[in-house]
Design a protein around this ligand. Structure first.
Ligand SMILES: [Zn+2]
Length: 403
């Protein structure tokens, strides 16, 4: 093999091949440094004499399906100029690693479309080796996300792993990037984020979050110029919960005949009407349940009406709508609806802020699915730093296979 091929295939420059060996399905290229590559690792002087050598093996990119190993004879040299005796520097591998830089690049390339486990199995190394390569790349590209141009953010918590561990995430809504990962889901989780923001906290204009959030006070205290926007997704979810509560209360009081109609109506009530399936008689079933039970029908139509809130063009008609909705919800006398209306009235400002900023945690919800895939593929989050880096990189990941 010529020195050119050694360089082109394995990224090894300044070495020549002495022999090739084929053993147990592995191709071993024995190489030694060319004369001019032998110099003092400390001062670079060529005024050196050799003092023996050490043989080291490095994995190199496979040729076809064959594993390839580069066996390098690395001389120790004594320097006449600075008087040290050391092994020459290697340029094609990290001294502490048993693979070439070319092999690491190859493995990294594979992780773009395969899971870490698949790559490790294919290349015959442990999961950890590939993870470390990937982690180093993520560190280089994503450690300390820039907060310079951040203006509009979403804050939400997600449950990770098994059990009830939570992390608090902050997303830059303009870039779609996750810019902070905090432990737990309390106001204190955000403290390191405020610190990193420093003076830039005055530039944050709006924050999307959920209504029951522990973060509200923390945001008010730390982002003086930001408007809080309660997120549409969470409001609708809360309304669905109220509807489910009401249905349960009604079910308990219902006669046997009514029960048979109410049974199985729970999901139909929560579905958006445009998603009801005619072929499964879902529309008919829902209509029967609504006809049978007046309170349920009232609540159902109020739920549907509430969804139109976000369709308003301007703040003031939306305000009138909200007031009217709450008034009618309270007038039903139904406890779950009354609670809902009171919550909305109390947090009115944050709901109406939507018409200033038009943001929601929607992009965050989309990211949650990707995060679930990450968790499956990285076997939970054994390495906290790696997990965090992966989250910072999500917005640039086309495929979900990022573990
Ligand atoms: Zn020297």
């Amino acid at each position: 093999m010529s020195t050119t091929l050694l360089y082109q295939s394995f990224g090894i420059r300044g070495y020549r091949q002495t022999r090739i060996e084929f053993t147990g399905g592995v191709t071993r290229f024995h190489v030694e440094p060319s004369e001019k590559a032998v110099c003092c690792p400390m001062c670079g002087s060529r005024n050196v004499i050799r003092r023996g050598f050490k043989q080291r093996e490095f994995r190199a990119s496979p040729i076809g399906l064959k594993q390839t190993v580069v066996v390098a004879a690395l001389p120790r040299v004594q320097c006449h100029d600075c008087r040290t005796i050391r092994q020459i520097k290697i340029n094609f591998a990290d001294t502490r690693r048993s693979y070439t830089k070319g092999w690491a690049r190859y493995a990294l390339q594979l992780t773009r479309s395969m899971t870490i486990k698949d790559v490790a199995d294919l290349l015959g190394v442990t999961w950890n080796v590939i993870k470390e390569i990937k982690k180093k790349d993520l560190q280089r590209r994503f450690a300390n996300p820039s907060l310079k141009d951040v203006r509009r953010i979403a804050i939400d918590e997600i449950c990770i792993g098994k059990g009830h561990r939570y992390v608090t995430l902050v997303m830059d809504l303009d870039s779609g990037a996750i810019i902070f990962v905090g432990d737990d889901k309390s106001a204190a989780s955000l403290a390191p984020f405020w610190k990193r923001l420093g003076r830039r906290r005055h530039r944050i204009e709006a924050v999307a979050m959920d209504m029951s959030s522990a973060y509200i006070l923390a945001v008010r205290g730390n982002l003086p110029k930001a408007d809080i926007v309660f997120d549409r997704f969470h409001v609708e979810k809360l309304m669905n919960e109220k509807l489910t509560t009401l249905r349960r209360q009604l079910f308990q009081k219902a006669t046997e005949d009514e029960k048979s109609v109410l049974k199985g109506s729970r999901w139909l009530l929560l579905k958006n009407p445009e998603n009801l399936r005619g072929d499964r008689d879902e529309e008919a079933h829902l209509a029967a349940a609504l006809q049978l039970n007046e309170p349920l029908a009232k609540a159902y139509y109020l739920k549907e009406e509430l969804r139109t809130f976000w369709g308003h063009t301007f703040r003031w008609p939306a305000h009138l709508f909200l007031r009217s909705w709450c008034k009618r919800a309270i007038a039903t006398g139904l406890e779950p609806l009354k609670t809902m209306a009171k919550t909305l009235l109390r947090l009115e400002e944050g709901l109406l802020n939507y018409f200033e900023h038009r943001i929601s945690s929607g992009p965050m919800e989309g990211t949650n699915n990707k995060i679930k895939t990450v968790q499956r593929q990285s076997y939970g989050i054994r390495d906290r730093e790696y997990f965090e880096l992966t989250l910072y990189s999500l917005h640039q990941t086309k495929y979900a296979s990022v573990g």
